[in-house]
Ligand binder design. Structure first.
Ligand SMILES: Nc1ncnc2c1ncn2[C@@H]1O[C@H](COP(=O)(O)OP(=O)(O)OP(=O)(O)O)[C@@H](O)[C@H]1O
Length: 848
């Protein structure tokens, strides 16, 4: 076919004076020849459709069959073609019987009017279609077999459709050229497309970078915004310049798309935006036919889409590219924004894994879900997203390599790839790129500002997480100078110091009680000493060695203390004040001068202590260590095994030190003596336990209410401690993560409010503590009854639309039910009522 004829056809049928790009022109010319299969990979909005539509029209005696994945896309294309007076139709499950019969009759006629027949891949698998296809082929009526969105044939494609992979079979029936088109084809996907659609070896490829110079990406974290809905409204107003377009007729106003993860979210957002003055419609799979038609009527698709928002994390990077690519298809500068919450991604991951569970025997679906999870995990890392689109390469720089994933291939090398292609003369953006340079510079500046802002936020976030938290919780801490923890030793947290103190206390206590026949110090005394030891270490260290020490085993911790002369000194002083005998001191540290210990080999000595300390510190931790408070199950579990271990260890230890220790010899005198010793030890432990309880009961709590009974006070205190610990642990975790992470993601992490998962932990801690204190005798409800009750209590709020979504309602009900599984009816009621009272609106950010 002559180039002039093609050019003429472009004007005559599509009303375009010229091709959108050189690549479009070359592709159209090649396709028109019908000599080769053709693979076209061009960005969204670059005019791929024309590459097959114009050739289809120009072969006016034949029919082109187009496989397209979605009815909505098909409808869109057909409406567009019909508006250009090009005969296009679709064979799909929604056709009425008469429509279908009329269409087939036309197709089978000697000179069919239909130029383009759109079919879904599912329809292509039906016998009716296969028969029709064979018939058309027999009578040589077929021009092309077109596979639009060809990445759907590949399992590596973000949108894999099993029926797509069967399309290759049709090629065995006929020998007509196959045209495969996609916007996002990585090397793997391209390979799959070529082999699955059986494109011939001599096929022609028209490929350009998927970089879109007119799209501007940014990411916002809703939990850092005062009002995300208003923020979104302002963004939309900026993009659409609604005021300027006020007087334009209905069909000419610009618009945008907001992608949500759930139907409920679309509805909520629609309601909110309409209230805020933005005319919004929602569209999802749950709409009834008349609602869909109504939507399609009102939705002015094909108009300038000036923005695309992802309200929540996109499914995966490729669909993000595809969906955001719907903006600016007319080449006008357009904006793509993601509002991202970490809790969103947790919810999505949860739902996807549920899907996987449900997939059951249906392998294809299972595989699809697995791929979806894989893809989602990639995009849920907002850090990657930001890097990919703002920092690393797609928009501004050279190479988009993030961790082990190379997105360069998927996105055609970003700006650099586009520039290289341009130099080679391959650019498809030849007409639309004008004037973009300035915008690029502006965008570069905006990105820098964005990064600076993130740095600033990060700085303030860190202050909140360390300095402020240290101060906030210092009044609950046992360690001295708690408020200056992070100021004195950078990176050290109060949590670490508290844990370290507990370790010291454990070791000292074990040493002391093991070596004393008749202890004169109680646990509180030793705790005071431990506080001094910890403080001395704290004041003599300027780096994070303390932190590291905590990670080490208890044996090392033990050694560390024994080896630290200054600590001994401190303890000595402190003990002196408390009028402790020299003997006490010696036995406390296994004094070298001690007659009993003289014969003790060094390692065995520490070995002895360590085995004991592990055992005893477990017991003691049950009392003292805030990390263990709230884990009575562990305590109970251990109780019996410890009893068993206890005598086993005692025997082993005694065996080890046979003939070397006087005290040991004494202990081994006779079986009766052995039993006596065990009994005595247990008694001692019991005594310490009681002593400690006294100490705990007497400790003043800042939130203590003198009116309240003791038991309740105790609970309050412990809960506060748990909160403290929880906060500290979170702080510590995030501070460790901070070191390894990109600053943007870190910032997001730090600024984030506690998530439901965290709150769940908290609830279970509260639950356990209360259970300890009071509820063991209470009548428990069955699990299903708890669930039923919680749902019943939450339902009125759901009916009042106070929940962000149905999914959130369900998951919250589940979480609360699990957490309160062993509560009685009144407690559950009280909890849920309080929760509803506290939270007017329940969103994924709401904490329990
Ligand atoms: N030669 C041309 N001159 C001007 N505009 C054109 C030309 N060819 C196509 N267009 C317009 O470009 C826009 C995008 O085209 P099209 O929908 O074919 O893109 P696409 O690459 O198929 O995108 P997607 O991958 O999202 O389906 C349409 O509005 C279309 O009318």
């Amino acid at each position: 076919m002559e180039e002039a004829t093609i050019q003429e056809g472009l004007k005559k049928y599509f009303k375009f004076d010229k091709f959108k790009s050189k690549l479009q022109k070359d592709a159209v010319i090649e396709v028109c020849q019908r000599k080769h299969d053709v693979f076209i990979s061009m960005p969204t909005g670059s005019g791929k459709s024309l590459c097959y539509q114009l050739p289809a029209v120009l072969h006016s005696d034949k029919i082109t069959i187009v496989f397209s994945p979605l009815l909505a896309l098909i409808k869109d294309q057909i409406d567009h073609l019909l508006a250009l007076r090009i005969r296009a139709a679709s064979l799909n499950s929604k056709n009425t019987k008469s429509e279908r019969e009329a269409l087939i009759a036309d197709l089978k006629s000697t000179s069919p009017n239909t130029r383009l027949l759109y079919v879904t891949p599912e329809q292509a698998a039906t016998q009716t279609f296969k028969d029709l296809y064979k018939n058309l082929n027999t009578f040589n009526k077929l021009a092309y077999l077109v596979v639009d969105e060809a990445h759907c044939v590949s399992e590596w494609g973000h949108d894999f459709r099993p029926h797509y992979s069967k399309l290759g079979e049709l090629r065995e029936i006929s020998n007509i050229p196959c045209i495969a088109l996609t916007a996002t084809a990585s090397a793997d996907v391209t390979k799959d497309i070529l082999s699955s659609l059986r494109l011939k070896k001599d096929h022609k490829t028209f490929k350009t970078s998927c970089f879109r110079s007119n799209l501007y990406y940014d990411v916002f974290f809703p939990n850092m915004l005062d009002d995300p809905f208003k923020h979104l409204r302002d963004f939309i107003n900026d993009c659409l310049k609604i005021k300027e377009e006020e007087d334009l007729p209905k069909g000419q106003k610009s618009c945008g798309i907001i992608y949500c993860r759930t139907r409920e979210q679309t509805e909520i957002l629609m309601e909110r935006l309409n209230k805020l003055g933005i005319k919004t419609l929602c569209y999802h799979a749950g709409l009834k036919t008349h609602e869909r038609l109504d939507f399609q009527d009102k939705w002015q698709n094909g108009l300038g889409i000036l923005f695309v928002v992802h309200w929540g994390v996109p499914k995966d990077p490729a669909s993000f590219y595809q969906e955001s690519g719907r903006a600016g298809r007319d080449g006008k500068p357009s904006n793509c924004r993601v509002y991202y919450n970490r809790s969103d991604s947790k919810a999505v991951e949860f739902h996807l894994s549920q899907d996987l569970g449900k997939a059951g025997a249906r392998e294809a679906r299972k595989k699809r879900t697995e791929i979806a999870i894989k893809g989602f995990k990639k995009s849920s890392r907002v850090q990657e997203m930001v890097e990919m689109f703002l920092v690393k390469g797609i928009q501004y720089n050279t190479k988009a390599v993030i961790n082990d994933t190379d997105y360069t291939d998927l996105y055609g090398g970003g700006r650099k790839g586009a520039a290289e292609e341009y130099e080679k003369g391959d650019s498809s953006d030849s007409d639309d790129d004008g004037g973009c340079f300035e915008r690029q510079q502006q965008a570069k500046k905006a990105a820098n500002d964005f990064i600076q802002k993130q740095f600033a936020l990060r700085r303030s976030a860190n202050e909140v997480s360390q300095g402020t938290i240290d101060k906030l919780f210092s009044k609950h801490a046992r360690v001295k100078a708690a408020a200056s923890t992070s100021n004195k030793v950078k990176g050290l947290t109060l949590a670490v110091r508290e844990q370290y103190l507990t370790r010291i206390l454990d070791v000292l206590y074990v040493n002391y009680s093991e070596c004393q026949e008749e202890p004169t110090l109680d646990r509180k005394d030793i705790e005071d000493c431990s506080v001094e030891v910890e403080y001395s270490i704290f004041t003599t260290n300027t780096n994070m060695t303390i932190n590291n020490k905590v990670e080490e085993s208890e044996v090392k911790s033990d050694e560390h203390i024994n080896d630290t002369g200054s600590c001994n000194q401190n303890i000595g002083n402190d003990m002196g004040e408390k009028a402790i005998s020299r003997k006490d001191l010696k036995s406390l540290f296994g004094d070298d001068e001690s007659e009993e210990d003289e014969n003790f080999p060094k390692e065995e000595n520490s070995g002895h202590h360590s085995s004991k300390s592990t055992r005893d510190s477990d017991k003691l931790r049950d009392f003292f260590d805030i990390t263990e408070i709230g884990k009575p199950s562990r305590k109970h579990e251990k109780e019996s095994s410890r009893e068993k271990d206890h005598s086993r260890h005692s025997k082993e230890d005694r065996h080890k030190h046979k003939d070397k220790s006087e005290s040991d010899r004494k202990r081994r005198k006779s079986p009766e003596r052995e039993r006596d010793d065990d009994r005595k030890r247990r008694k001692e432990e019991e005594k310490h336990r009681r002593d400690h309880n006294k100490v705990e009961d007497n400790q003043p709590s800042p939130s203590e209410n003198p009116e309240k009974p003791n038991k309740e006070k105790n609970n309050e205190l412990v809960i506060e401690k748990n909160e403290l610990h929880h906060k500290m642990e979170t702080d510590e975790r995030s501070s460790n993560e901070n070191n390894n992470r990109n600053m943007l993601a870190t910032n997001e992490e730090n600024m984030e409010k506690p998530e439901i998962r965290d709150c769940k932990e908290h609830i279970s801690e509260v639950k356990i503590m209360k259970q300890n204190g009071e509820s063991s005798k209470k009548q428990r409800l069955k699990k299903t009854e708890v669930g039923g009750l919680v749902v019943k209590l939450l339902t009125p709020a759901y009916v009042e639309r106070r929940f962000e979504s149905r999914d959130l309602f369900k998951s919250l009900a589940r979480t609360i039910s699990h957490a309160l599984a062993d509560k009685d009816e009144n407690e559950i009621k009280e909890y849920v009522e309080n929760f509803l009272k506290k939270n007017e609106e329940i969103t994924s950010q709401t904490t329990l």
